[in-house]
Design a protein around this ligand. Structure first.
Ligand SMILES: Nc1ncnc2c1ncn2[C@@H]1O[C@H](COP(=O)(O)OP(=O)(O)OP(=O)(O)O)[C@@H](O)[C@H]1O
Length: 331
């Protein structure tokens, strides 16, 4: 399958008064054309920093290093600022958690929807409006033509997120990064927006990196999953394999935190993972999950595990030698 994005050893650090905060610590990721990759992990594990680095949207004080960052064969690291802006405007787009932070309250929705496509694709105002109306309709916004003259505050949160989805699709991007796009919405609207993103992703063949802390969401929409912990990917697999055969103790812990239809009895308590994510300032010695892990052994304190193929398959990788070893013993 052709890859739209390929990232090797991505690292992001930010200076803080207490030292450098190493938010992303050597991530390898790829996204195939048209697929939905979910990045999942607890708050603070570096999901947003990863997405902002991929979009080239981190503040100047952040240091971003990578061995490779290819987008459709193009080396993003070697692009000028102008070229990077063009790629971001035309071929990659982003949907944020809270649409009000990315919509400008003083411009009409029509202006904001059409601005990018007029600038980057040089289409006429009328064509841009036509596409905006079409996409608003596809995104389930009622009275799409009327919306063009409205301002963001005139819409509900759910409708604003639908507008953001339409906006993300305006330039027919190859990749959309959606960072917790449903977290700020109530549960019924969340389900509708998830379904919408999945439908449009499949209809338009757009690759999506969907960032979430919720494995329940992952189960509904992902083709592949990367589980992040403390700035690293600890397990990556197809959604089917990850749910059927999770390997990393952290993934297993996350799975125990969600109700599974048919397995979780009504009234029973869901588990939680004890402890907290370690501080990301400076070096982390050994396995970052060691202090919360129920299967750790002495050497986990000082040996940093690598992401290894599970059962020889590149499609399922795990950063835990114990998980792999215990499996080998079992067979
Ligand atoms: N502007 C900033 N300055 C300093 N540290 C930051 C900044 N933004 C995030 N961080 C820190 O970087 C680390 C990674 O944060 P990030 O937002 O990427 O995590 P996340 O997994 O997306 O969490 P969440 O789900 O809560 O958004 C955290 O320790 C966070 O406190």
């Amino acid at each position: 399958m052709k890859r739209i994005l390929e990232v090797k050893n991505l690292q992001v650090s930010l200076p803080t008064p207490n030292g450098d905060l190493r938010a992303v610590r050597g991530i390898d990721l790829h996204v195939n054309k048209g697929e939905m990759l979910c990045i999942v992990g607890e708050s603070g594990c570096g999901k947003s920093m990863t997405s902002m680095a991929l979009m080239g949207l981190l503040p100047k004080r952040a240091e971003v290093i990578a061995e490779a960052m290819y987008f459709d064969g193009m080396d993003l690291l070697s692009l000028s600022k102008k070229e990077r802006n063009q790629v971001r405007g035309m071929r990659m787009s982003m949907i944020f958690q809270e649409p009000m932070t990315s919509l400008n309250p003083s411009y009409t929705l029509g202006n904001q929807l059409c601005e990018g496509i007029i600038k980057h694709k040089k289409v006429s105002k009328d064509e841009a409006k036509k596409r905006a109306v079409y996409l608003l309709e596809r995104a389930g916004v009622p009275y799409p033509e009327k919306r063009l003259d409205q301002y963001p505050h005139q819409l509900s949160g759910g409708l604003r997120q639908r507008v953001m989805i339409a906006m993300a699709l305006m330039c027919e991007p190859d990749l959309i990064i959606a960072d917790e796009p449903t977290t700020a919405l109530d549960v019924t609207i969340q389900a509708q927006i998830l379904r919408l993103i999945r439908e449009l992703q499949q209809e338009f063949g757009t690759a999506v990196i969907f960032i979430t802390h919720d494995l329940g969401v992952v189960a509904r929409i992902a083709d592949r999953v990367a589980v992040m912990y403390a700035g690293q990917v600890v397990e990556t697999a197809s959604a089917k394999d990850l749910f059927a055969d999770p390997q990393h103790p952290y993934t297993k812990g996350l799975l125990n935190c969600i109700p599974i239809p048919g397995k979780t009895l009504p009234g029973s308590h869901l588990e939680s993972i004890p402890g907290v994510v370690p501080s990301l300032i400076g070096e982390l010695k050994g396995c970052a999950f060691e202090n919360r892990c129920s299967v750790s052994i002495g050497e986990c304190c000082y040996r940093s595990p690598r992401l290894e193929n599970h059962l020889g398959s590149e499609a399922h990788q795990v950063r835990c030698p114990i998980a792999t070893a215990s499996f080998q013993e079992a067979v």
